[in-house]
Design a protein around this ligand. Structure first.
Ligand code: NDP
Length: 280
C-alpha cells in the first residue's frame, strides 16, 4: 500500500505558518496586501479568484479586488498594473489567467513589477529560478517540493521525471527538482517511448492535462508519483492525469486527486504574498 501524500494537511500547515507570520508583521505595523485582477466573468476563474480571496481573508492578508469587464482593453489593464506597481501599500499583484482574446498575456505578465509578481510568471523571476537566484517561484511546482519535503521524501540523487513542459508547471518543476539535486528528465508530447523514460523515475511528476493517462505500465515499482492534473470524469467526480486505482498499489507514495497537489497551489500563493513584504 502506498503512502497517500496528504495535500490538505500540508497546505493547512503552510497556511497556519503564513497566518502566524502575518500576525507578527502586524505587530510591527506591516500589512500584507494582494491586488487581484480578473477580466471578464469566466466561471472557473471566478471560483479560483474567490478561493484566493477567501484564503487571504483567513490568513489576514488584505486583498484588493479589481473585477474588470470582458471588453477591457489591454491598454486599460496595463494602466491599472502600472498604478498598482507604484503603490507602496500593495505588495503583490495577481492577474487571473486566462485573459480574454485580444489581450496579450505575455505583455501583461511582463508589465507586473517582478517584486510584486506573486505568481512567479515574470521572465525575471523565471530567469532567477533558472540561475539559482532568489525570486518568486510558480506556486504549483513550489507546492510539490513542499509536499515531498514535508512527507520526508528525499529528492537528492533521485531519478526525477517530469511529464509536461508548460511554463507554469513542467519547466519550473524541472528546475526546482534540479535545485534540490535530483537527476531530472523532462518529457513532452514528442518524447519517444514515454513509458521507458517514466519507468526510470524514482519521483514521477505528471502534468500532462489528460485524464488517467499514466497507468501502471508507466511506473516503476516503489516510485513516488505526483499527479498535477485535475479533470472531471463522466460521473462529475474529480480525477487526475494518473490512473490512481492501477498505479497506487505499485508505488511507495502518491498524491490523490482531489486533496493532493490542488490545495498546495493556493497555500504557496499565500506564502509568496507573505514573502513579497520582504522582497518589495
Ligand atoms: P499544458 O496543457 O500547458 O501542458 C501539458 C504538457 O503535457 C505539454 O508540455 C505537452 O507537451 C505535454 N503532453 C501532452 N500530451 C502528451 C503526451 N501524450 N505525452 C507526453 N507529454 C504530453 O498543461 P499544464 O501544465 O498547464 O497543466 C497540466 C495539468 O495540470 C492540467 O490537467 C491542469 O488542469 C493541471 N493543473 C493543476 C494545477 C493545480 O493546482 N493542481 C495547476 C496547474 C495545472 P508539448 O509541450 O509537447 O505540447
Amino acid at each position: 500500500m502506498a503512502k497517500i501524500i496528504d495535500g490538505k494537511t500540508i497546505s493547512a500547515q503552510i497556511k497556519e505558518e503564513c497566518k502566524a507570520r502575518v500576525a507578527e508583521l502586524k505587530t510591527q505595523g506591516i500589512t500584507v496586501c494582494l491586488a487581484v485582477i480578473q477580466v471578464g466573468t469566466d466561471p472557473a476563474s471566478t471560483v479560483y479568484v474567490g478561493n484566493k480571496k477567501k484564503a487571504c481573508e483567513y490568513i489576514g492578508i488584505k486583498s484588493l479586488s479589481y473585477e474588470l469587464p470582458e471588453e477591457t482593453t489591454q491598454a486599460k489593464l496595463l494602466d491599472l498594473i502600472e498604478e498598482l506597481n507604484g503603490r507602496s501599500d500593495v505588495n503583490g499583484i495577481l492577474v487571473q489567467l486566462p485573459l480574454p482574446a485580444g489581450i496579450d498575456e505575455d505583455a501583461v505578465i511582463r508589465a507586473i513589477d517582478p517584486r510584486k509578481d506573486v505568481d512567479g510568471f515574470h521572465p525575471q523571476n523565471v530567469g532567477a529560478l533558472c540561475i539559482g537566484q532568489p525570486g518568486f517561484v510558480s506556486c504549483t511546482p513550489a507546492g510539490i517540493i513542499q509536499l515531498l519535503k514535508r512527507s520526508g521524501i528525499a529528492i537528492e540523487g533521485k531519478e526525477c521525471v517530469v511529464v509536461g513542459r508548460s511554463n507554469i508547471v513542467g519547466k519550473p518543476m524541472a528546475l526546482l527538482l534540479l535545485r534540490e539535486n535530483g537527476t531530472v528528465t523532462v518529457t513532452h508530447s514528442r518524447t519517444k517511448d514515454l513509458k521507458a523514460v517514466t519507468k526510470r523515475a524514482d519521483i514521477l511528476v505528471v502534468a500532462i492535462g489528460k485524464p488517467k493517462f499514466i497507468t501502471a505500465e508507466y511506473v516503476k515499482k516503489g516510485a513516488v508519483v505526483i499527479d498535477v492534473g485535475i479533470h472531471r470524469n463522466e460521473q462529475n467526480k474529480l480525477c487526475g492525469d494518473v490512473d490512481f486505482e492501477t498505479v497506487e498499489p505499485l508505488c511507495s507514495a502518491i498524491t490523490p486527486v482531489p486533496g493532493g497537489v490542488g490545495p498546495m497551489t493556493i497555500a504557496m500563493l499565500m506564502h509568496n504574498c507573505v514573502e513579497s513584504v520582504s522582497i518589495g
